[in-house]
Ligand binder design. Structure first.
Ligand code: ADP
Ligand code: MG
Length: 287
């Protein structure tokens, strides 16, 4: 590869809205045959909004929302921001939280007004009605989390995220380049399947804990696939680093951008296809 041709590729990349860590990055894109796409914030906007609140019998809906909002207020997760904002809007000022802890891929806990509140996926045995409320929300394509306090699951809050307008077209373009798209997410199977269907992805790997995303990429590589990974979150950073090619959404976290080889400045997934096309063309020019 001649340095001049690679530099031209890099300059053209900047025009397209692709930041390339170094010219040598272009080389690793040539053999890519699989593109792993994170769901939240990558295929979707990650700007979630509160949709529904359900309370078990004997519990007030507003109380579910108020306590969930109080704990989520301390978290940065897109889901948490949606719950906290929706809660503040509907119930007003939120109470403070003590002993807040965040468990990646599971949820948050904290003490609110003397109650031990948990929001997320912490309860193994759900009262049938709570389980049904969660399942129904998930069937509607929502991300639903269980809210409980003092050891008992008492309600569900559901949030929705919108698929980016450009995602379906991006997936079609990636396919035209001969790549197989795979959707990877910590979210539940039903939500993952509904997003996959909306954008035209057949291969879905859901309910993956943040620390296991990297193992998924490693497994695909061990199967002989050459993997590009596109992600935005702190929980995608390790997977971006081990992928043959890591693409970070410019709208995402610093951790993802630092771990990636390329940054898609505008957060437009179609540019991932442009990046691969560009590097192939640049390398063809060199040969
Ligand atoms: P993704 O891979 O789609 O970015 P995450 O790994 O961040 O998703 O989260 C996976 C799941 O963990 C969420 O769908 C939710 O059920 C739960 N979760 C994560 N963070 C929180 C939180 N702050 N509050 C409640 N639940 C959470
Ligand atoms: Mg994400």
């Amino acid at each position: 590869a001649t340095p001049t041709a690679l530099m031209v590729g890099t300059g053209r990349g900047a025009q397209l809205g692709i930041l390339i860590k170094g010219p040598e990055v272009l080389e690793s894109t040539r053999r890519v045959d699989t593109v792993v796409l994170d769901k939240t914030g990558t295929v979707t906007t990650g700007r979630m909004t509160l949709q529904e609140v359900y309370a078990a019998e004997g519990t007030d809906e507003k109380e579910v929302l108020r306590l969930a909002g109080a704990v989520e207020h301390a978290s940065e997760h897109p889901l948490a921001r949606a719950v906290a904002a929706g809660s503040e809007r509907r119930v007003g000022t939120l109470p403070g939280v003590e002993d807040f802890t965040s468990v990646p891929g599971r949820g948050v806990r904290g003490r609110v007004e003397g109650r031990e509140v948990a929001v997320g996926r912490f309860y193994d045995d759900l009262p049938p009605r709570v389980a049904r409320a969660r399942d129904e929300a998930e069937r509607d394509g929502r991300t639903a989390v269980v809210v409980g306090w003092d050891g008992e699951a008492r309600g569900v809050v559901a949030v929705a995220d919108a698929v980016r307008e450009t995602s379906a077209e991006a997936v079609a373009e990636l396919r035209r380049l001969g790549l197989t798209p795979v959707l990877l997410t910590g979210d539940n199977r039903r939500v993952a399947a509904s997003v996959a269907r909306a954008v035209g992805i057949d291969e879905v790997i859901a309910e993956v804990l943040p620390e296991d995303k990297v193992a998924v990429v490693e497994r695909l590589r061990a199967d002989g696939r050459t993997v590009a990974m596109v992600g935005d979150g702190v929980n995608d950073a390790a997977a971006l680093a081990v992928a043959d090619l890591g693409l970070a959404m410019g709208t995402g976290t610093d951790a993802a951008i630092e771990a990636g080889d390329l940054t898609l400045v505008r957060g437009d997934l179609r540019v991932a296809a442009d990046a691969i096309r560009l590097s192939r063309r640049t390398l063809a020019t060199i040969k």
